[in-house]
Design a protein around this ligand. Sequence first.
Ligand SMILES: [Zn+2]
Length: 354
Amino acid sequence: MQVNAAPGPTAEEQVQFLGKLERLFSEGQFVATYKYALLVALADLAIQHGSDDYSDLDLPVSSIAEQFIGLYWRQCAPYGAAVADGAYSTLRQNTGQQASIISIVSSLREQSGTLVLAKQSSAWPTAVSETARLIKTMPLWRLQVLRNETLDFLYAESPTPGCIRLKSGVAANLRRFHGMVIRLAQSEWLHFIQRLPSNTPLLGATSDLGQFLFGADRSALIRMAEPLANFQSGLCLYCQRAVRAGEIDHFVPWSRYPRDLAHNLVIAHKECNRQKSDLLACETHLDRWLRRNADYGDVIGEAAERLNILVDLPTAVSVARWAYSHGENLHSPAWLRGDVVEPLTGRWRSLLYA
Ligand SMILES: [Zn+2]
């Protein structure tokens, strides 16, 4: 991870990157949802392991497979109450037969119940290698093939066995445009599922498809409120006043990183949460968030695991490093209280790289 800002892709290179990405979506052929999942997985892995300069990045296909299983996990739950025990109770993800990832993930779900337990189970390595094989035969070498042209700007085979190599500057661009890439892939993914005729009886009049596919499990988050309030001594993380009927807030805002990571969750007043909105919290709050995780990281993890919320403190820290580095580059104001914001001073760097 780069600490001092090394030069990254120029404005012109960024525009070219976005143009090519747009062509993958508009000119690529989509017979299953795998390509969307692949793009989301690459963008997430770029946040976790990439840097903002021109570095290339080797990614093991097995890491992509683990991301895949996580992405499809919630989507394998039965959808819609009306046909809950019918043959179509899982949303179709493929124009032909149901996508193979669904059977891999469904059987993991049956055996383990929660993703956290699945990861600890003896079935996990097999599921990951089956998924990796699927990724190699299905989306990996097709994503960059358009109707009449190959547009292999994202990655190529790596000399390292079992890996692909993101090309120079690609990780940086995926980090810079993470929110945009995720939103684009998710909205195309959602439309693909809506268009499949076999999903029509399931979808019916329900309008919560986006929430079902990609949203947070609100009920689990709500149940995190009590343990989090305990670990924060009953205080709002931001204003440090007592909080009774607080809300769960994503410290790095959901709009910037739409994933639920246990250690990114904090308890805050409804009003503080609303005022912070999708701004980054200022460095004083960042310091407090880091100290809370240093003191209570283990117990927060234990409480979250019981609720099937993803526990990965190193990733939560990587995400914060990425978010503050981008906030600084874009001169984003950081929220202090009420409608008071302040610029980032660079202190975030010493806090997050301590
Ligand atoms: Zn507050």
